[in-house]
Write a protein that binds this ligand. Structure first.
Ligand SMILES: C[S@@+](CC[C@H](N)C(=O)[O-])C[C@H]1O[C@@H](n2cnc3c(N)ncnc32)[C@H](O)[C@@H]1O
Length: 216
């Protein structure tokens, strides 16, 4: 009951943020396994695990997080429209306190996700959320999706961040909109989620949404 009240409070605090979609998805699908591509400071991971713990004991929740952490270079920070994450150790220590099974994979997802998928590290018996929010170049988003796509089952919900509905030269070649529009609707059900978050940049307004995907 306490965890559910905490969840309602968290959703209320995120009422105008697209991030509420992650918590609502975990709750609606009773997700027990979470894959986050792009962990950053681990705070979203913590909220997702806390939400999963309404339906599952923390020790039964599995979290897999991918990031470069302190290996992120200045060039990658710029080309991936990224944020500078803390160290892997700092994030590990934050997330360990949730009581969930925490697995952090440090390195470029071009390598780490491929190894992860090939090793069959996902438990496909569990309801699973895959949150793709790592590098923001369209190329990296496409690679991350291609590597994870074979892991999808009918128990998987994928959420992509960084769907940019308004085209602008400043964000050309970034985000997941190109990938989403290329997907076969006979194979995947996609939904562009509300709300739209808006940020004022020196070139104009950056609009960001999340997209949810499931097998059709
Ligand atoms: C936007 S942040 C993720 C935010 C996080 N999901 C959250 O909700 O707080 C993007 C993260 O992806 C990581 N990243 C960017 N490109 C990457 C790559 N090619 N491989 C692995 N991690 C990458 C960055 O280090 C950064 O921490």
């Amino acid at each position: 009951m306490y965890r559910y009240l905490q969840y309602l409070h968290r959703c209320f605090k995120l009422r105008s943020s697209r991030y509420q979609n992650l918590l609502r998805t975990i709750r609606a699908h009773q997700c027990q396994q979470i894959v986050e591509v792009g962990v950053y400071n681990g705070r979203t991971a913590r909220k997702m695990i806390q939400t999963a713990s309404i339906s599952h004991r923390p020790a039964e929740i599995v979290y897999h997080g991918f990031d470069l952490f302190e290996q992120l270079t200045d060039a990658e920070l710029e080309s991936e429209l990224s944020k500078r994450p803390p160290t892997r150790t700092a994030v590990q220590s934050l997330l360990r306190r949730t009581g969930a099974n925490i697995n952090l994979y440090q390195g470029n997802t071009l390598d780490t996700l491929k190894e992860f998928a090939a090793a069959g590290a996902l438990d496909n018996r569990l309801n699973t959320l895959i949150f793709i929010d790592g590098g923001h170049s369209a190329e990296t988003v496409a690679h991350d999706w291609e590597n994870l796509q074979p892991c999808l089952t009918e128990k998987t919900v994928v959420v992509f961040d960084d769907y940019y509905p308004n085209a602008h030269p400043a964000i050309e070649g970034k985000g997941c909109q190109e990938l989403v529009s290329s997907l076969d609707p006979a194979q995947y059900r996609t939904e562009i989620l509300e709300p739209v978050n808006r940020f004022q940049k020196d070139w104009g307004e950056l609009q960001i949404q999340m997209v949810q995907l499931q097998l059709a």
